[in-house]
Ligand binder design. Structure first.
Ligand SMILES: [Zn+2]
Length: 215
């Protein structure tokens, strides 16, 4: 005899996976606190922590330079290229997926779940010996603003991804006949809302420039 629990597990092995394409954004950046402190050499510098999150991956590209202009040129020539082919100071993309199990061939929408991953590409200045205080201070200010800005983007995805599963669960509970297509529409609507948070934030801040992301 096969229990319902066993059937559910069997069904779960063939979960229909609903995956939104990597949502790529052209942004600025996020750097872990220790690295920031290391290359800024200042304990009071940009302290942006993303916590211990295995769903976030941070990659660095190194830049050299002794002057602000050299640093700016290095960013413009070595920065990552976004989905529109535009080179940026940094680049972040988030990915949100959702799924639900099937039991006896029927979708169990009330047990929908969601997950996320975030990739961040950021610059790292190989500070030369004897870098001037002015250059170090301006870089510090730039990075601090960049980190603060980017962290907000990270949090838009991280704080909202679960809503997709919650909304599907709620809809399935109030409407037992909810179809998978309807659940998918709910997910897509919420995904659009999350994207809009990013879009609005960048529009309001001119991609961080109004927050001091300027070098
Ligand atoms: Zn932004």
């Amino acid at each position: 005899m096969i229990s319902a629990q066993a059937l559910l597990v069997i069904g779960a092995t063939s979960l229909r996976r609903h995956v939104a394409a990597w949502w790529r954004r052209s942004l600025l950046l996020v750097v872990p606190l220790l690295t920031v402190c290391f290359y800024l050499g200042r304990a009071d510098s940009a302290e942006v922590s993303l916590g211990d999150d295995p769903n976030i991956r941070i990659s660095y590209y190194e830049i050299e330079g002794n002057t602000i202009e050299e640093l700016r040129q290095a960013l413009l020539t070595r920065g990552p290229i976004d989905e529109k082919g535009v080179r940026r100071f940094a680049y972040t993309r988030w990915f949100i997926s959702w799924r639900w199990p099937h039991l006896d061939g029927a979708a169990v929408l009330s047990r929908a779940t969601a997950a996320y991953k975030i990739d961040i590409f950021v610059p790292q200045w190989n500070e030369p010996r004897g870098a001037s205080t002015e250059v170090r201070m301006r870089w510090s200010s730039f990075i601090a603003a960049l980190l603060a800005h980017e962290k907000n983007h990270v949090e838009f995805a991280r704080h909202n991804f679960a809503h997709i599963a919650e909304l599907i669960q709620q809809a399935a509970t109030s409407n037992p006949k909810l179809s998978e297509d309807q659940a998918e529409q709910i997910a897509q609507r919420e995904l659009s809302r999350i994207r809009m948070l990013d879009w609005s934030y960048d529009t309001d801040t001119n991609h961080g420039k109004l927050e001091g992301v300027v070098l």
